[in-house]
Design a binder for this molecule. Structure first.
Ligand SMILES: [Zn+2]
Length: 151
């Protein structure tokens, strides 16, 4: 399977292509910026390989990498976590649960307020920005596996 560095190079290396396609299709500046930020963030921090404890993706979380240990324990490598549709959903749901727990602790201990509104307009570009690098990751994993098996 390709290394984390190869995955990251493919994902970030194709970003200008996706941004150019978005620009050609007439996507406005704000959604394009949201897409780009989500794409880079997902490439760096939400890799399907978070289903392994010792990966580049997990190391990028630095001191907070322990937060992904339960995810790695829950999901078998290249199982649901590498599903093009359900893989990103598992990580987003996991982030909501863990982030909600952390935010609740911060709210109780330090009085950090909960968000009072939700920017609905940003959902689609952010989701596309999260899903696209994940899809590239899975396609690269599957393509390299097929090449190695000689198919
Ligand atoms: Zn993988």
């Amino acid at each position: 399977m390709p290394s984390g560095k190869v995955h990251l190079a493919c994902e970030l290396g194709t970003l200008p292509v996706w941004a150019a396609i978005g620009g050609t299709l007439g996507v406005e500046r704000t959604p394009l910026v949201l897409f780009t930020a989500a794409y880079v963030g997902a490439s760096l921090f939400l890799s399907p390989d978070l289903d392994l404890v010792h990966t580049d993706a997990a190391r990028r979380w630095r001191a907070a990498r322990f937060l992904w240990a339960p995810y790695a324990a829950l999901f078998r490598h290249r199982g649901v976590s590498h599903s093009p549709v359900f893989g990103p959903l598992t990580r987003l749901a996991y982030l909501v649960v863990v982030g909600g727990a952390v935010w609740t602790v911060l709210h109780v201990v330090a009085g950090v307020p909960f968000p009072s509104s939700f920017p609905r307009d940003s959902v689609l570009p952010v989701l596309v920005g999260i899903y696209l690098p994940q899809l590239l990751h899975v396609l690269l994993d599957r393509g390299v596996t097929r090449l190695r098996r000689g198919r």
